[in-house]
Design a protein around this ligand. Sequence first.
Ligand code: ADP
Ligand code: MG
Length: 501
Amino acid sequence: MDQSPEEVWKECLDVIRDNVPRQSFKTWFEPLRAVELEANDDVRKLTIQLPSRFYFEWLEEHYHALLRRTVSKVLGPEGRLFYDIVIERDDIQRGYEGASMHLPARQSDHRPTDGDDPPSFPRPQHPTRSGGSDAMGSYLQESDVTNPFVIPGIRKPRVESQLNSSYTFERFIEGDCNRLARSASWAIAQQPGATSFNPFLIYGGVGLGKTHLIQAIGNYVQSRRSGTVLYVSSERFTSDFVHSIQHNRVNEFSIFYRNIDLLVIDDVQFFGGKEKTQEEFFHIFNALHQTGKQIVLSADRPPKEIEGIEERLLSRFQWGLSADLQTPELETRIAILNRKAEDDGIELPHDVIEFIAHHVKSNIRELEGSLIRLLAHATLHKREIDLPMAKEVLRDLIRETRINLTIEEIQRLACQYFKIPEDLVRAKTRKREVVQARQVAMYFSKQLTQHSLKTIGLHFGGRDHSTVIHSCQSVENQMETDPKFREMLDDIRHAIELRSR
Ligand code: ADP
Ligand code: MG
């Protein structure tokens, strides 16, 4: 009976640890502390402190049953759980000081009505499909173009957010694969800078929705006019920084960024190895974080696997919350296809949707690509879309899963195409043409075989899985920006398909 609240909570944690995935445990339970244990007659009440209202909602929504079971196991059937919710603002280093709210945990399975579902938004009339084609435009609106970075106080800067307005929450389909990332994004969009998720980092493979989701936060905040928003890719940040050095404007660069209320940086893995840029970003990060500004980042892998990032920056990436995006499950793939078809104003028979969803598994961008191909074909031939047409137009998808290709065969064909000796793709060399052949061969190994990233890496001279991810991503990026490259890939794919039939 003389246990301290910490001891009791530790027992609870032991139970919880066995019942939830490790990542969830670390995110939702490990940071919590017990603050009080009261015992009246047979009723024991444990109070734990939650860092924000969002934690409260998340726990009640997702872990209510588990918490109830745990508490009755540890405290007995009359045990009760209470939450102290810190109304945070200045909890920069997890001080958790300030006002707090004391709430009991739910005793029944009745769900609170104020869930975290986004309200429905008016849909834009003419969604832009371009995916940020104006990325090289200025951050600043017309009148400021001559002066790319404006000193506050001298002239009020108007910052062009660089957001693509079609990336909204409303258009983002929720599924098990993205639930944590989406919910946390939503919470941050409500109160940028005021949750404990600062910075917030979303990571995951190519085409899984990172850019969409981080821009959705930006678009939402911007629509509420609750601060200056800037979306920038890490490459753009880097090249602007280099430009500012060359033109003696580092100071302006730095002041410009410190003025942003919500800074969204995409693909931070490209900061790897760029020391000066990292240093500048480190200072901007600190300045923003200390003044309660929100930082949102994306990366193609978990922070600790990003190569060439300084330790102090890595540790800051981990201050807030990291959430991953997984490949979508079948139901989510179907929901996304239905939604895209609806957005495009077309009706697709259910068997066509299922056909695509069954065959395109790894990537939402490819899911969209298949739909676009089908639409283009139907328009061109003035035919209704049906299953035979889908099978015809998307036949390479079916073949992909049927053919029994080996990684060695792919390596051989890619090397033949690039006219290099085959063993070089497995060697250490970083010669340009070898790197290209290697990346392309990795990409097709990922696309056309069932092997895991790890196995693929091993076949390429024992490289690790993050190298494979990186290679696939750079092939996809080039494919998007360079039509010649795309044609070349089509040729190679064709060669592989011919040989492997
Ligand atoms: P990433 O940045 O992870 O490579 P993107 O954000 O560019 O991926 O997403 C690729 C495409 O898939 C985009 O057109 C995006 O709108 C779409 N997409 C990704 N996830 C979802 C989702 N959950 N619901 C609807 N569309 C999605
Ligand atoms: Mg992206």
